[in-house]
Design a protein around this ligand. Sequence first.
Ligand code: ZN
Length: 465
Amino acid sequence: MAIHRQPSPTEGIRPLNFPENSPEGILETLYAILQKRIIRFLENVNKSKNHTSKDSSIQLPCVNMGKSKMYDGYKSFQYLKPGKDYRVYKLAKQVSRVQSQIIQLSRIEQERLEKILEKYIVISLHDHTTLYPEDPNLIIDCIRSGRTFIGYEGLAASGVDAVFEALYDGVGSIESKDPWAWENIIYQVGMFLSDLDHQDVVFLAKRVEDVLRAHENGKIAIILHMESIPDIGSNLDKIDVLYGFGIRCMGLAYSHGNVFCSGLAEKHDKGLTDLGYEAIERMNKLGLTIDLAHVSDKSRLEAIEASEKPVFVTHAGARALWSSRRMVADEALHALAEKGGVIGVEAAPHTTLTMNRMKHSIESVMEHFEYITNLIGIEHVAFGPDTLFGDHVELHKIFARELATSAVREALPEFKEVEYVDGLENPSEFHNIIRWMIKHGYSDQEIEKAAGANIMRILEKTWRN
Ligand SMILES: [Zn+2]
């Protein structure tokens, strides 16, 4: 006969940052119990008000946000025992890590923001929701440990319904030193999905309807996105394998190029290879959206032409404003729009500066947005901030070679580096983009398009429905 016992109040709760029996660990456990009890109390209050939510999580108010996204307090890998099952790092703060500005709104503007977030779908076309150690010296060590910690709390504060999640891109080196080695990619995807599966708020999207579901239910949809086809040799079937694991958007090459096409950092731009054309055809057939953010100029133009379906440039800016190789020339922007594609304006440190604003901040990012909008129309523009949780500037320095930062900056004037991008420092600050558009006189319809509707249009055309 089964013996029924009362669960202990600490059952399943373990300190994340300190040893279990240390004074700090005991305090941390007590804090987690208190948090859990408050959540349960609020759930009961909601139930007594005939709240009909089917979820065990509750709607928590977000930092300075209109729309509430759920956050149930889950932290990555809390299903394991820290220290025993995985190496513990003091991770970066997910909200207000630095004194990045929040664009202030009047009461009326704030009410408009709330209505916009309630009504329209908001999508980040490129971000890394990965959480890095507070101490940048531990970044490499943390990546090699193979655990992708996810910034659930920061995501809940961001205002987005869906994120194109790019995992470790050119810096992943878990099983092999080559970030695009097959085993590194599979490791990252599997580890990310394992953690995701241990909570109920953020979930993997595979269909357009999943994004709609996230918007309606206060949840967040993750769209898995690789910045390059990994090292698969000539075995195109491995693209099907990636699709099978849930990847729904993929670049052809990262900055250094591969067997499919030249990357943006290469001396000789050879464009697409024959295998590159075949890969595009396979991705079109599979329902895997093509991303041309890191390829060379020639590869980009050829791929836009070769693809039967519209494509993304998930994170970049206008080369007319800043002559870095990471930026896209007007000719390619026109070609992208003619094909019905969309570009996401990016905000990773020291990418989208302009000659008018040589100090990187949300203002220079939005100058790129306005330039591209005037050039090809707002129907073809979105936002792929390309941020992460942690010290992004230091991370760029550590991985300068892998990220090809010197090749990218070759033709640029001298500029002063910043410690962080004010106004778009990490994924939790996405709402600042909407705030900025409200402040600068954009209509609801224009905000709707750039915030998510343009991306949804491409997903409907490229994914299996
Ligand atoms: Zn990138």
